[in-house]
Design a protein around this ligand. Structure first.
Ligand code: DX5
Ligand code: ZN
Length: 219
C-alpha cells in the first residue's frame, strides 16, 4: 500500500483556517488530521465541534480525528456528526477499549487506537484484529512542534511484526515530530500514515512539503 500523508491542522493558521483547508484540498495530502484536546487527558485545549464542522464544510479529504480526551465514548456520535471519517482514541483513556472500538465501527468510521510513548505495543495483542489503525505517538501528546522520540522506531517495528501475523492490513500512523529528516526511516520501519504539523505548515511551501513526503519510497 502507498503510504498516506495526514497534515495536522493544529499547526494551521486558525484565523485563516479556510485558506489552509483549501490549500490541503489542492495538495497531495490524503487525510486531514484533526487533534482534539480536552485539557484533562493532555495539558492543552485545542478546539471542538464547531471548528471541526467548519473544516468539514470545505474539506475534500477524509477527516482523521485524533481524540486526546478522557472517556471518548461520550462523544463518538457527535464527532461522527461533525464529519469524522477516522476516529482514533487513546488506549490510556479507555476502560472498555473493545466496546469503544466497536462503537466507532458501528458509526461507519475507521477505528484507530493511539499509544502514548510509554505504552507498550504488546498491550494491543488482544484487540489488534478488531482495529483499522494504530497511532504511535512519537512525542508526548498535547502540543505541536515537539522533538521526535527515537524509541518510536522500535515500537513501529514491533507493531508491524504483530500486524503481519494478526492483521496484515493494519494502518500504522506515526504522530509527533515527523519531518523530512525521519519520514523515510519511519516508512521503512513499517509506518504507512505520516502525520505532520510543523513540518508542513511551518514550511515556506506546504504543498511542496506534502508532495516531498508523498513521493518517498520505502522499498
Ligand atoms: C500532538 C498532536 C500532533 C501534532 C503534531 O499532540 O497529536 O498531531 O499536531 O505536530 P508536529 O508534527 O508539529 O509534531
Ligand atoms: Zn495528532
Amino acid at each position: 500500500m502507498n503510504h498516506l500523508i495526514a497534515p495536522s491542522i493544529l499547526s494551521a493558521d486558525f484565523a485563516n483556517l479556510k485558506e489552509d483547508i483549501l490549500m490541503l484540498n489542492n495538495s497531495e495530502a490524503d487525510w486531514i488530521h484533526v487533534d482534539v484536546m480536552d485539557g484533562l487527558f493532555v495539558p492543552n485545549i485545542s478546539f471542538g465541534f464547531p471548528v471541526m464542522a467548519a473544516v468539514k464544510n470545505y474539506a475534500l479529504k477524509p477527516l482523521d480525528v485524533h481524540l486526546m480526551i478522557v472517556d471518548p465514548d461520550r462523544y463518538l456520535e457527535a464527532f461522527k456528526t461533525a464529519g469524522a471519517n477516522v476516529i482514533t482514541v487513546h488506549y490510556e483513556a479507555c476502560t472498555h477499549l473493545d466496546r469503544t472500538v466497536h462503537k466507532i465501527k458501528e458509526l461507519g468510521c475507521k477505528a484507530g487506537v493511539a499509544l502514548n510513548p510509554h505504552t507498550p505495543v504488546s498491550l494491543l495483542e488482544n484487540v489488534i484484529e478488531e482495529i483499522d489503525m494504530v497511532l504511535i505517538m512519537s512525542v508526548n501528546p498535547g502540543f505541536g512542534g515537539q522533538k521526535f522520540i527515537q524509541n518510536t522506531y522500535n515500537k513501529i517495528q514491533e507493531l508491524r511484526a504483530m500486524a503481519n501475523e494478526k492483521n496484515p492490513s493494519l494502518l500504522i500512523e506515526v504522530d509527533g515530530g515527523v519531518s523530512s529528516h525521519n519520514s523515510l526511516a519511519l516508512l521503512k520501519a513499517g509506518a504507512n500514515v505520516l502525520v505532520a504539523g510543523n513540518a508542513i505548515f511551518g514550511a515556506d511551501d506546504p504543498v511542496h512539503a506534502i508532495s516531498e513526503m508523498k513521493k518517498l519510497s520505502p522499498d
